[in-house]
Design a binder for this molecule. Structure first.
Ligand SMILES: Nc1ncnc2c1ncn2[C@@H]1O[C@H](COP(=O)(O)OP(=O)(O)OP(=O)(O)O)[C@@H](O)[C@H]1O
Ligand SMILES: [Mg+2]
Length: 378
């Protein structure tokens, strides 16, 4: 955390509380769960700030708890889970630290190949092991943590990936392992909300009701607005409430996009930030992303592409198979739309969400794409 971001609006990573806006309620809830010895399931649409919230929590807990963060998106088997767990531990606690010593000893007993990242020198642990050996080794690491003098919190990010492992019933095995731990609490985080709900809210699943749900939404508009104004002000730049509101409207208050645009506006501006400045930066961002959008077109079938554009124009679509929607955008018939909808959800280009009244609607994941499509209409 000693590296400073280039601007007060980092669009990747976590850099400490001064760069982090609000989330006080979610943070308090997480801490309550941990103190009560409960696990938490954290769900949200992509890029709203799950990972940053976990980092912020860990920053807050740091000296009192032993915290371990691991992202398992890249793992495809139990043995890779073991590698990722060991690598995360090795990265977060050095072999020489009092905490790291025992953990490293345990990891070394698995006869790993330890290499070092050529760019930043951080350790990478690779252990060759069968599924059964991997299970045993993971259990051994957990049992070391169980005996640790401090309470332990493990956050497993992109947890839904566990269902992709070829080993059967990994979730049942992990659940029974976790159940035995008293000194360790877990945070399971994931962006594929329907899979996360399936894991934790389906009575026939091993993780059913094993944790408390926290759903992260958008930041509160007033909080984010004053945060943004104060960050500019700290660097002797001024921006009016109206201008920030325009930015928040364009980015739909979606954290990553707000950060991205503010980051660019910060770099582009001198003393006073005007509407022209942010619009110019927004247009530049869209221009830079065009190859991504054309990439979508190449990857998709014609009906999928047309449907995606229609959702982008609408913003939120409640009844994608209604004849009204289909005829307005010339989308063929409802079976075609249904098929496109399924595929686009699988590709994570379209999400399904509930509104405040609990009604389902569909929206576009890539906000920039939707702005790009809409520019012809606005
Ligand atoms: N509360 C916040 N205040 C300021 N910036 C934030 C906040 N939350 C997130 N961010 C910024 O937004 C970026 C995106 O957030 P983050 O990566 O945590 O989202 P995510 O939900 O984990 O996304 P993904 O689904 O892609 O993993 C972060 O890199 C961080 O810079
Ligand atoms: Mg994340």
């Amino acid at each position: 955390m000693n590296i400073k971001p280039q601007t007060p609006f980092p669009a990747t990573g976590y850099f400490g509380p001064e760069y982090f806006c609000d989330r006080e309620e979610e943070l308090a809830q997480l801490i309550r769960n941990i103190k009560g010895g409960n696990s938490t399931t954290l769900i949200a649409l992509r890029r709203l700030g799950k990972t940053a919230l976990i980092q912020h929590l860990f920053y807050t807990l740091q000296s009192k708890y032993l915290t371990i963060y691991l992202d398992i998106l890249a793992t495809e088997s139990l043995s890779e889970l073991l590698n990722q767990l060991s690598t995360s531990i090795a990265n977060q606690y050095s072999e020489k630290s009092p905490v790291g010593k025992k953990l490293w000893q345990t990891i070394r007993s698995f006869r790993p190949v330890v290499s070092y990242d050529a760019l930043n020198g951080s350790p990478l642990i690779s252990i060759k092991s069968s599924p059964e050996e991997s299970k045993k080794s993971i259990a051994e690491i957990f049992s070391v943590l169980e005996k640790h003098s401090k309470r332990v919190v493990i956050a497993i990010d992109e947890f839904q990936q566990i269902l992709e492992y070829p080993e059967k019933a990994t979730d049942a095995w992990l659940r029974s392992l976790i159940q035995q731990l008293k000194n360790v609490s877990f945070i399971f985080s994931g962006s594929q909300q329907h899979i996360m709900k399936e894991i934790f809210a389906n009575p026939s699943r091993p993780f059913y009701r094993s944790s408390q749900f926290i759903k992260i939404g958008k930041l509160k508009e007033e909080r984010y607005r004053s945060f943004i104004i104060s960050k500019f002000k700290e660097h002797s730049k001024s921006i009016s409430e109206e201008t920030v509101s325009e930015i928040l409207k364009w980015t739909d208050l979606h954290t990553y996009y707000v950060q991205l645009l503010c980051n660019r506006v910060f770099l582009a501006s001198k003393k006073v930030i005007t509407t022209e400045i942010w619009k110019e930066e927004a247009a530049k961002i869209l221009k830079e992303q065009e190859f991504v959008f054309y990439g979508y077109r190449e990857m998709l079938t014609r009906p999928q592409w047309d449907f995606l554009k229609a959702v982008a124009v609408e913003g939120a679509v409640y009844q994608p198979t209604s004849s009204d929607f289909i005829s307005r955008y010339g989308l063929g018939n409802s079976a075609t739309v249904q098929r496109s909808l399924m595929s686009l959800q699988r590709m994570e280009l379209i999400y399904k969400e509930n509104d405040q009244d609990g009604r389902n609607y569909y929206g576009i994941y890539d906000l920039l794409f939707s702005r790009w499509v809409r520019r012809f209409f606005e």
